[in-house]
Design a protein around this ligand. Sequence first.
Ligand code: UT7
Length: 332
Amino acid sequence: MRRSAILGAGHYVPTKVVTNDDLAKLMPTSDEWIQQRTGIKERRYIEHDGIGASDLAVPAVKMAVERAGRDLKDVDMIVFATLSPDVTFPGSGCLLADKLGLHGVPALDVRNQCSGFLYSLSIADAWVRAGVYKNVLIVGSEVHSTGIEFSERGRDVTVLFGDGAGAALVGESPSPDRGVLSLKLHADGAGAFDLWIPAPGSRHIPRVTHEMLDQGLQYPKMNGKSVFRWATEKMPEVAEEALKDAGMTIDDIDLFVPHQANMRINQFVAMKLNLPQEKIVHNIDRYGNTTAATIPIGLSESWADGRIKEGTCILSAAFGSGYTWAGAVIRW
Ligand code: UT7
């Protein structure tokens, strides 16, 4: 049976560091509140106007392709996950392809928020296994800093998010016992309005008005308690499902690379799964929630620091807006 594998992972974060104290100068919040509730100490923001999600993706992709021992011209498909596309349309995948000089290579955008990377991995996995494409580039990239509200009204969301990009090259696994061993995806639109941006939207005539902007409807709205409750229920559930599908138990797992929404969520999930805390990869303290980018950044950093090597058995899980959630077991 043909299996897919992540052949290489890369990441990039902008150089501008924004600490909790920096945010406290712009709105009523504090380092203590943010660290206690989320584990976040700082995040990165783009340095200036004109940098979009596709720009952050370029260095991440180059790193992933180089680490895979491949060349950019080997890429025969691009899947780009983002909730913060450069522009409403066309998709950031097309913009990225142009920046990489990959003219004529198909590009698909995925709109699955925090689960976007695992949804993209599932698409790449199916194509590689079916022999449709050989080297699928999957990207998670976000520029949140231009779309959040630096005021009391938006502070619950604003303190959480950061900018960043991660990428992976997915191709045929070098051996049948390595690669993507299982992948489970879910969605439930009943929770759609617990984390969303109301405007602009095709259901409004016109799509956006001055009144909507005055009300701040262009900014994310979140029912944090509900998201927290769903995440701590669904992430362990989908992780168990993925483990079962791979014929494994939690004891087989060397490393847990979860989505980074809140350090407390991930500690809670690990506890529910009976997974020792030292097996969890955290980067939320340095980058905040980079949505579709959190998991590939976690993979890329863990590979670089030696926590991931050939044969490492990785569990991943994500939960986010939609609601969408997903889990995967990968043997590197
Ligand atoms: O990838 C998915 C993305 N989102 C998530 O995963 C979010 C999941 N939810 C959470 O992580 C938590 O719900 C939060 C960290 C967002 C909030 O923590 P919480 O313990 O649920 O706090 P809360 O929303 O109940 O707010 C407690 C208080 C409120 O004040 P009052 O009503 O008690 O006076 C808020 O107005 O904290 C206030 N508050 C803040 N204070 C300082 C809300 N945001 C802030 C802030 N700084 N940034």
